[in-house]
Design a protein around this ligand. Structure first.
Ligand SMILES: Nc1ncnc2c1ncn2[C@@H]1O[C@H](COP(=O)(O)OP(=O)(O)OP(=O)(O)O)[C@@H](O)[C@H]1O
Length: 428
């Protein structure tokens, strides 16, 4: 196989007529693609042997150069789909930034940059030439150092949060004109965020005047997606032949998640959580808590996060790694929490919705909603922090602790996302 051709044999399910048919369909459409051989080899080495559904469906479109709205379940592998596209278009010999991935949180940015670097790494020392470099330009980073890096030897790929990115754009240290691909990950979240939306709109509008551009907008949830698609075309944020790749449109929720709820009073939730943990004995789990309201802060109440973590450290002894992740922590402590639990072994992470988007902790088998999420979309993304091994049929559970009054809200989420929740008998 010549350099630059895609060896999709590696990506195919083995054997059978089905496999042969898929091979033909994919091969015909993507044979013009140019994902370098060493990247595909690395992908295989790190365990990406078969394409997931979204990768199989989206790659022909992505590699054809068309703009794409990548709309597929949580944990379905959207990151690898857009990274392969990026590796197919960049030219590492050129010293300019050629691909930009915009993410909502520092945590997601670190994770995406890590996957990109892992794929770009040339483990075969005989491979010659420059390597692709990846910069994580994220809120909380050292901008001075990144400015020097951008001036001295621009990286090929930049993964950025919008705040830090805007600073570099203003100083002309990053230029959209050189960008072959722009990815906005968790795009619905970014459009919904009052802090990010205006910068995001400006970025997309500015990029729309770049001649050779490709825009990818990714998320597991794109509410009112027809309207969104229409807006994207009207505003020229995407080209008019943008493709909406929508995988599992009737089942937004991954099917192997088992949903449960237990009704309890507000004051009994800590004991209920302890009871659930002692019964489930999860190897690894995330306990989601709501953000503290301003009113509750002013009243001097403890936030749910503090209540839960202190209670668990004092009363639950079946897990040695109990960590906290919330906005109010400094960036170093946030990074430390995630890296500690990524070391392997058993963990419990107490987190606000900061961990609900994109964060990939594949060992998580249990999700607990100590506070019910605010919307069906938030429920979907919290739930999607489990069930993240694409070819596994391991059962994962999502359990919500709710008051009798909250049953109505949970039922609404069930209707909207088309899943069913089993009621667990109360502790008493
Ligand atoms: N082809 C593949 N084979 C095996 N594992 C894969 C493959 N593609 C992706 N994965 C793994 O699947 C998990 C989920 O992938 P990813 O983080 O890209 O999901 P996502 O679609 O972006 O989800 P979310 O919407 O929650 O952000 C990751 O652990 C990733 O390493």
């Amino acid at each position: 196989m010549s350099q630059g051709e895609v060896d999709f044999e590696k990506w195919l399910p083995t054997g059978g007529f089905e496999g042969g048919r898929i091979h033909l369909e994919i091969h015909l459409e993507i044979c013009q693609a140019h994902v370098p051989e060493h990247i595909l080899q690395r992908a295989e080495e790190v365990g990406f042997v078969e394409p997931t559904d979204v990768q199989r469906e989206a790659l022909p479109t992505l590699l054809s150069g068309r703009d794409c709205i990548l709309h597929a379940q949580t944990g379905s592998g959207k990151t690898l789909a857009y990274l392969l596209l990026i590796f197919s278009v960049i030219n590492v010999q050129r010293s300019v930034v050629q691909a930009l991935i915009v993410v909502p949180t520092r945590e997601l940015g670190i994770q995406v940059a890590k996957v990109a670097r892992m794929l770009a790494a040339k483990v075969d020392l005989e491979l010659e030439g420059k390597t692709c470099t990846v910069m994580a330009l994220l809120d909380g980073g050292i901008l001075k150092r990144q400015k020097s890096w951008l001036k001295a030897e621009p990286p090929t790929i930049v993964v950025a949060t919008i705040g830090s990115l805007c600073q570099m754009l203003e100083k002309h240290l990053i230029k959209l004109e050189t960008m072959k691909v722009l990815v906005i990950d968790e795009v619905d979240f970014m459009f919904n965020s009052s802090k990010e939306v205006s910068s995001l709109r400006k970025l997309l509008t500015k990029y729309s005047s770049v001649n050779s551009r490709q825009t990818i907008l990714a998320s597991a949830s794109i509410p009112q997606h027809r309207r969104f698609l229409y807006d994207c075309i009207q505003q020229k944020w995407t080209k008019s032949d943008v493709v909406h790749v929508h995988v599992n449109p009737v089942n937004p929720m991954p099917s192997r998640l088992h949903h449960r709820f237990m009704i309890c009073g507000k004051n009994e939730r800590l004991q209920t959580l302890l009871y659930l943990l002692e019964t489930d004995e999860p190897k690894s789990g995330i306990i989601f808590v709501g953000e503290q309201s301003e009113k509750s802060k002013r009243a001097g109440h403890e936030p749910s996060s503090t209540l839960v973590i202190n209670y668990l450290i004092a009363s639950y002894n079946k897990c040695s790694e109990i960590r906290l992740l919330e906005e109010d922590m400094n960036f170093n402590s946030r990074a430390a929490s995630l890296s500690e639990i990524r070391q392997g072994g058993s963990y419990l992470l107490v987190a606000t919705d900061i961990a609900a988007r994109g964060v990939d902790l594949p060992e998580t088998t249990h999700i607990y909603n100590f506070d019910l999420p605010r919307s069906a979309v938030d429920y979907l993304h919290r739930s999607g922090r489990t069930g993240r091994k694409p070819f596994s049929d391991e059962k994962c559970t999502v359990t919500s602790m709710i008051t009798a009054e909250e049953r109505f809200a949970l039922q609404k989420f069930e209707n909207e996302l088309m899943f069913q929740c089993e009621e667990l008998d109360n502790v008493d």
